[in-house]
Design a protein around this ligand. Structure first.
Ligand code: DAH
Length: 340
């Protein structure tokens, strides 16, 4: 009997119908009261008790297979007569659709830009191949400042004045030289440094620079905007701390830490037990920088800040190796399909 059922299963799986009548004829052949399957049900009575369970299950499988197949044939026949083609198998499982994803750095950049747009910052851009003036001199770097050193900066061999920008602060200078305050800009972009590529360093990475210049801009404004930024990015319980630091283009200068995004400040391996993570540099624009870029420092003051996008992305997504950001391995990129 089991053999008979299996034979019917194969037979039914392979059925074809050119039109609705043929499909109906098949339904009668297999599924009607006098059809082959009902016949089997009758024979079921004579199946020995110890086989009843197995045979019963098989018959049920056969019955639902037949029902599905014949329904499909009927639908297919309908389609076929409408379109003139009955060979399309509408019951076949479709190929899974692979969704594209944004690059994690783009996701985080967009998030940062979004937060500052709500505060009135607009986007500004500058060239990646820059001159020494916009990257260093106009930003108050002394001629012998170590950041200009060959070890950090990529120079163009024939033109030592032409370099790959090593920070997005160059865009500050680009904007100030052609705009009078109020200036409130955000500048995302790629930067280059002459570093050996490893898990923790790369010869190119991404930064976002912020600049606000107007009358009466104070350090308090800077601190408040950065606190709001940190809480929008990492959650409302995030705390910030500003540590005195030095940058040639800001005075005073500070580095900002946020309370650890993993342990919330208790101390863990991510924050090396300190409870704090450094995320950006900032300060009041040095009056010498305003003047060098054509803005009267006796009227205007400003603040600036700059951060690495890879650094922030690592804090949000715990990417362990910087190289993954530029390898374009789809297995890595696929992990961000549900992020925005
Ligand atoms: N340009 C700095 C760097 O590459 C980051 C930075 C620090 C930017 C302080 C700023 C700032 O605008 O005020 O490390």
């Amino acid at each position: 009997m089991i053999e008979k059922i299996e034979q019917l299963m194969q037979e039914i799986s392979a059925l074809h119908a050119k039109n609705a009548q043929e499909a109906e004829a098949l339904r009668i052949k297999y599924l009607s009261k006098k059809g082959e399957i009902s016949q089997l049900m009758n024979d079921f009575r004579s199946v020995p008790a110890e086989l009843k369970k197995e045979v019963g299950m098989k018959i049920n499988q056969l019955k639902s297979l037949a029902q599905e197949k014949i329904n499909a044939l009927k639908e297919g026949a309908g389609e076929g007569s409408a379109t003139g083609s009955s060979s399309i198998d509408l019951t076949r499982t479709p190929y899974p659709i692979t969704l594209g994803s944004r690059h994690p750095l783009t996701i985080v950049k967009n998030e940062i830009v979004d937060i500052f747009s709500r505060l009135g910052f607009t986007l500004a851009e500058g060239p990646e191949v820059e001159d020494d003036w916009h990257v260093y001199s106009s930003l108050n770097f002394a001629d012998d400042h170590p950041a200009r050193d060959m070890q950090d900066t990529f120079f163009v061999e024939a033109h030592p004045d032409i370099i790959l920008r090593s920070h997005t602060s160059s865009v500050q200078s680009r904007v100030m030289e052609k705009t009078q305050p109020p200036i409130r800009i955000l500048c995302p972009g790629r930067v280059y440094r002459n570093e050996a590529v490893s898990a923790r360093a790369h010869c190119f990475f991404h930064q976002i620079e912020g600049l606000y210049v107007d009358k009466n801009v104070s350090f308090t404004d800077l601190k408040q905007v950065l606190l709001l930024f940190a809480q929008e990015l990492f959650g409302p319980d995030t705390k910030i701390r500003l540590r005195p630091s030095y940058f040639p283009f800001t005075e005073p200068s500070a580095e900002m830490d946020v309370s650890c995004t993993i342990c919330g400040g208790k101390g863990c391996s991510m924050c090396k037990g300190s409870g704090w993570l450094e995320i950006l540099g900032c300060g009041m624009v040095d009056p010498a920088v305003l003047d060098a870029n054509g803005i009267d420092s006796s009227i205007y003051t400003g603040y600036a800040f700059g951060m690495g996008i890879e650094r922030i992305t690592n804090l949000k997504y715990q990417v362990k190796d910087l190289r993954m950001f530029s390898e374009n391995d789809v297995r890595f990129l696929d992990e961000f399909t549900s992020a925005r």
